[in-house]
Design a protein around this ligand. Sequence first.
Ligand code: ZN
Length: 125
Amino acid sequence: MTSFSVEPRSKMTAVLRGFAGLCPNCGRGRLLHRYLKPVERCGHCGEPYGHLRADDAPPWMTIFIVGHIVVPLLLSVEQSYQPPMWLHFTVWPLLALVLTLLLLPRCKGIILGLLWATGAKEAGT
Ligand SMILES: [Zn+2]
């Protein structure tokens, strides 16, 4: 009798390592290169990641988080200080841009970590 054993993968560990941009399997190799592109294989343990497709989940997660940070701040500042409009048009888009650029690769790492931990297969197979 042949049995296949699948080693259990911790979703929380994979998410935390993905957030840090590290290989969900070993936590030492890099998960992304060129900002958002997943590596084909981990440079340390050789785990394959090139087949994982995060699709629209990382941008969606990023927009969700950035929106929940920027909009309440904007409304709070407007109600408390009523700054001039030029300040609003300068500060909030800049804050949203910086947060987006910082969070997008981390969100992609989280999604790739989850896909890896749940054993997701290549799209279309
Ligand atoms: Zn690795």
